[in-house]
Design a protein. Structure first.
Length: 144
């Protein structure tokens, strides 16, 4: 009887070990996904723009430049939206001075310009410094 009990405990320990390992792998994957879609802004470039918008179903791209006063004024709002919509929307920033090809291909002639991409296609655009609730209304429209 003692051998059976020891075997049962040993089997139970192995099963617990497998469960813990499986859970750890899932937690690591969830953390990677959270970071990928997380509150940190993605710095988008000409070379990775297409990959980013194809990889994620809903992306908000902020076209900006460091010398642009309204862009700097909008930056805290963009940061906040990235945190609020963490895991639902990927938020990226594209510096138009460093990445002129993407800005030109999307005909971004004024900044700040926010472009909402859904499934790789532009679905909405906001030009200029606008209130947070205006941007949120557009995001919610495309989330629903």
């Amino acid at each position: 009887m003692s051998d059976e009990r020891e075997q049962f405990i040993s089997d139970e320990d192995e099963e617990l070990k497998r469960i813990k390992e499986k859970k750890l792998v899932r937690l690591i994957k969830d953390e990677e996904k959270r970071k990928e879609m997380g509150a940190e802004l993605i710095h988008v470039t000409d070379s990775d723009f297409n990959e980013i918008v194809k990889k994620h179903s809903l992306v908000l791209i902020d076209f900006w430049a460091s010398w642009c006063g309204p862009c700097r004024a909008l930056a805290p709002t963009i940061d906040e939206l990235a945190k609020v919509y963490q895991g639902k929307i990927v938020v990226g920033k594209l510096n138009v001075d460093e990445n002129p090809n993407t800005a030109e291909s999307f005909k971004v002639f004024s900044i700040p310009t926010l472009i909402i991409m859904k499934d790789g296609c532009e679905v909405d655009r906001v030009v200029g410094l606008v209130p947070k609730n205006h941007i949120e209304a557009l995001l919610k429209k495309h989330l629903g």
